[in-house]
Design a protein around this ligand. Structure first.
Ligand code: TEU
Length: 553
């Protein structure tokens, strides 16, 4: 059987601190703002929070460029505020995992400032330097995820340094044992404070093939960068040196890893990481150029079947529909029209909270926040967009209308707009001017009005969370797709022996009838929205949910 662990039973909630709650009117969310909303989290029922980076940073990439791993970002508050947040969460039985961004640092980190002093600098080898190619160009053809080459020339020494992301995010050289020692130390610093684990940013990229071979044509860069030759050695060393000494949970970002590679990372017998964020769900609806494409429900179901299948007796993973790098689930997989927004939010949250794997809910998705209607390139803050736009302008391929159409369906800023707390100005997020505009629909779509509706998405999401915590079948049960080919109904069972729960979801506006496959005994309703049971027939309204059970559990 599957070993029981608190992090398998957790319901996680991701907080992007910049956009959650601003307590001091500077337009940027902060830790005291989160503290003021702890009862909200506890009401919702989540048991674990993943906090996006809260460390000192010049914010080239909103904190994913860290200048000091042991300091709190001044815009977010002080270490006392962090301690208050940690204590407040723990007092409510909620664990806290923090972001570990150690593939790269900020170029303003003291290690890089020193490294730049010259080839003999004490921390020179903390980063990855190479001489230019004979014609002066970069050492290889690797592209950065934020446009342009993954190399920037350091004029003073005449060498290039590697950065898979922005030039302000130089990659650390994990082959240097001193770098690993520094990382183990900073991890211990936060674990000793009492945090319950880490979400690990682009962890599959930390080990580079020392030959730095060119990216072959037709291969996605993330595939080429992932699972370098010593990745597993480094993760095992991390477990041995640090993680095994604490009761903590780890979840690695899985970008670039295929199913087999992921299994290797989370197989508990290998003693590496506990969980992974698989990327299929946020990639399957994009074409090779990253543009949105049409997709079918059976393709979507296949992803969840594969994810469940990746969890055998020795491995675990996560389920998510959004994070701070994606768009809003209701606008992407649901229907964000006035008629169906609430109903389809319930369907998506029912999917998320009944799947196999630890669910991660992103802030605002509990009541169905939507994508932002961007009308000009200047509205985007994301470095990915700004760099891509600058690159397009430089090559004369910039067409604002085309860019806008694509970004309105793909930009990372859709999930980064401020939380919509109430119907007041700026959604109640700030008394000042928000760093990124609040969605113009905040007077209508906000936590306060959602919570006031007993039939709304918020109450339903809370009921789903409660159900997940009460039903071990939803955590440990096997996963079986009951109708993989059905074009509109997503129906699956979670089973242990003769006991089971069926989840039947209508992913469309037209009503459906779905016959549950034969069950050993009578079926009873656990939780539903606009659906009813007649014997073992499920009558489904548009975008509706039926969760029912059989057996003794
Ligand atoms: O994301 C890295 C990642 O896997 C990519 O999907 C990335 O979001 C995309 O290529 C950007 O267009 C992580 C963080 O989640 C992201 O916010 C950071 O920007 C990135 O690492 C660098 O730290």
């Amino acid at each position: 059987g599957i070993a029981r662990r608190w992090w398998k039973e957790a319901v996680a909630y991701q907080i992007y601190p910049r956009s959650f709650m601003d307590s001091d009117g500077d337009g940027v969310g902060d830790l005291a703002g989160i503290v003021s909303k702890l009862d909200y989290l506890s009401d919702l029922g989540v048991t674990m929070v993943w906090l996006s980076p809260h460390y000192d940073s010049p914010n080239a990439d909103n904190g994913y460029d860290i200048r000091d791993y042991r300091a709190v970002m001044s815009q977010f508050g002080t270490m006392d505020d962090f301690d208050a947040l940690l204590d407040g969460l723990h007092a409510r039985g909620i664990r806290l995992i923090v972001d570990l961004v150690v593939n790269h640092t900020s170029n303003e980190h003291a290690w890089f400032a020193e490294a730049r002093q010259g080839k003999d600098a004490a921390t020179r080898d903390y980063y990855i330097w190479r001489d230019p190619a004979p014609d002066g160009s970069p050492p290889n053809n690797w592209p950065s995820f934020f446009s342009g080459p993954a190399w920037t020339l350091d004029e003073a020494s005449g060498q290039y340094y590697l950065h898979l992301f922005a030039a302000k995010q130089p990659d650390l050289n994990w082959d240097n044992p001193a770098v690993r020692g520094e990382v183990w130390d900073l991890m211990r610093f936060w674990l000793d404070k009492g945090v319950d684990g880490f979400r690990m940013d682009v962890i599959p990229f930390i080990s580079k093939d020392p030959a730095l071979p060119d990216l072959p044509a037709g291969i996605k860069p993330q595939k080429h960068y992932a699972e370098g030759p010593r990745l597993h050695d480094y993760l095992r060393e991390m477990r041995r040196e640090v993680l095994s000494h604490y009761d903590c949970a780890t979840v690695g970002e899985g970008n670039g890893l295929d199913q087999d590679q992921m299994r290797r990372v989370v197989d508990e017998r290998r003693e590496e990481l506990d969980m992974i964020f698989q990327f299929d769900v946020v990639e399957f609806d994009r074409d090779a150029a990253g543009n949105p494409r049409d997709w079918t429900l059976p393709e979507f179901k296949e992803i969840f079947a594969r994810q469940a299948d990746s969890m055998d007796a020795h491995g675990w993973t996560t389920v998510y529909l959004a994070n701070h790098d994606t768009t809003r689930p209701v606008s992407r997989y649901g229907d964000d029209s006035a008629e169906w927004r609430v109903a389809s939010t319930k369907v998506l949250n029912a999917l998320l909270l009944t799947q196999k794997g630890t669910p991660f809910l992103y802030q605002g998705d509990e009541f169905g926040m939507t994508n932002f209607p961007f009308t000009a390139i200047g509205q985007f803050q994301d470095i990915a967009v700004r760099n891509a736009w600058a690159a397009a302008q430089a090559t004369g391929t910039a067409d604002e209308a085309t860019f806008l159409t694509r970004l309105n369906r793909t930009s990372r800023d859709h999930t980064r707009t401020p939380m919509q707390w109430d119907a007041s100005a700026e959604g109640g997020f700030t008394s000042g001017t928000p760093w990124l505009p609040v969605n113009p629909n905040s007077a209508e779509i906000n936590a306060t009005s959602a919570m006031a509706d007993p039939n709304g998405a918020w109450a339903f999401t809370r009921a789903l969370i409660e159900l997940r915590k009460a039903q071990e079948l939803l955590v440990y049960g096997d996963y079986r797709d009951l109708a993989p080919d059905h074009p509109q109904v997503f129906a699956f069972a979670r089973e242990i022996g003769a006991d089971g729960i069926a989840v039947v979801l209508n992913f469309g506006a037209s009503p459906q009838t779905f016959a549950l496959p034969d069950r050993p005994g009578p079926v009873r309703e656990l939780l539903a929205s606009d659906a009813s049971l007649i014997g073992s027939d499920v009558m489904l309204g548009g975008w509706s949910v039926m969760i029912c059970a059989w057996g003794d559990r």
